[in-house]
Ligand binder design. Structure first.
Ligand code: ZN
Length: 338
């Protein structure tokens, strides 16, 4: 069994890339497929050409989760080829009524932002997000029903000469699955295990789509699940393949703790609004990733009862329980892993 070929594809965010993986044998198969842009299509075609193949030779495309950078291109591929597109049950709604799903998620993100801002504040962050929502939807494509297939959690998929067990690992996304090849101890980790810490995405609960998922809690659970998995090599959704996933997980867990503690100190120093805290934790670096990360840290502080939320002024104000630092580590200058 040969290693998959990594194809690095562009994203909406400059300087960022997403991986699709190509197996040539026993038949051409893709794991994830990038966003629906001409640049992505050209790169996919170019990579296939290197191996004497055309787009039409693709037999299957397996999608790991319902995020634009991993599945945006799937509908366009389905329309251009005979390839079967495979998704998990949690991703299925995103193939059928993409706009509705995206609006639901946009609403969750929006209301998460609105409740953090003083009423009447002309929120530049919110305006920025609206632009992002529209831009994202334009790089997505619905998948025609006749090309669509659903794989189940726990099912074994055969591709690339291996047998891949489907693992459900929510946290980065409620729709996140990974594919695990037991005999080689290889994992397509998508955005569950990454060289940089995965973000706990702001999204709806599966069962209660009006409610925001507390993604960070699910992410921490999934990290524990992943730590117990014997792995030789991990093929992530972004960045290069790696080994030693347990050390990586430990480092990322330690980092989450450290950043959470930094947030608490910022609150203890009297910064009470989300956007004040944000400017201390991610100065001038507002985007969907930093927003999700900070929300995750604050969720943890709230769950662990280090902070209280006061909404009497019509938005969320954060106050520390007790006035002295409850964590021993000093503030350090850190580089951010997103
Ligand atoms: Zn991703």
């Amino acid at each position: 069994m040969k290693e998959p070929i990594r194809i690095e594809l562009p994203m909406l965010q400059p300087k960022m890339s997403v991986n699709a993986y190509l197996f040539l044998d026993p038949e051409p198969v893709l794991i994830d497929c990038g966003m629906n842009t001409d640049a992505t299509l050209a790169l996919l075609e170019g990579e296939l050409q290197k191996h004497g193949l055309a787009l039409g030779d693709l037999a299957h495309v397996y999608i790991t989760h319902a995020h634009i950078d991993h599945m945006g291109m799937a509908g366009r591929l389905a329309n251009k080829t005979e390839a079967k597109i495979w998704v998990n049950p949690f991703t299925l709604p995103w193939t059928r009524d993409l706009e509705k799903q995206w609006q639901k998620r946009a609403k969750i993100i929006e209301s998460a932002l609105v409740q953090e801002a003083p009423p009447g504040w002309d929120n530049p962050v919110l305006r920025g997000m609206n632009g992002f929502f529209k831009q994202a939807l334009a790089c997505w494509s619905e998948i025609p029903a006749e090309s669509l297939n659903v794989y189940e959690i726990g099912e074994t998929l055969s591709f690339g000469g291996g047998d891949w067990e489907v693992l459900y690992v929510p946290g980065h996304s409620n729709t996140q699955t990974c594919f695990y090849e037991k005999s080689r101890q290889w994992l397509f980790s998508a955005d569950m295990l990454l060289p940089l810490t995965p973000t706990p995405a702001i999204e709806m609960k599966i069962d209660e789509p009006e409610e925001r998922e507390i993604s960070i809690v699910r992410l921490l659970d999934s990290f524990e699940q992943m730590k117990n998995l014997p792995l030789e090599k991990v093929f992530p959704g972004h960045g290069e393949a790696f080994s030693h996933h347990k050390q990586l997980i430990d480092a990322q867990l330690a980092r989450i703790q450290m950043r959470k503690e930094e947030c608490l100190r910022v609150i203890q120093r009297g910064n009470t609004s989300f956007f004040d805290i944000f400017e201390h934790i991610y100065p001038g670096a507002f985007n969907i990733f930093t927003l999700s990360m900070l929300k995750g840290y604050l969720d943890l502080l709230e769950i662990e009862e280090h902070i209280q939320i006061d909404t009497t002024e019509g938005y969320r104000k954060y106050r520390a329980n007790g006035t002295t630092s409850q964590f021993p580590i000093e503030i350090q200058k850190t580089t951010d892993g997103l």
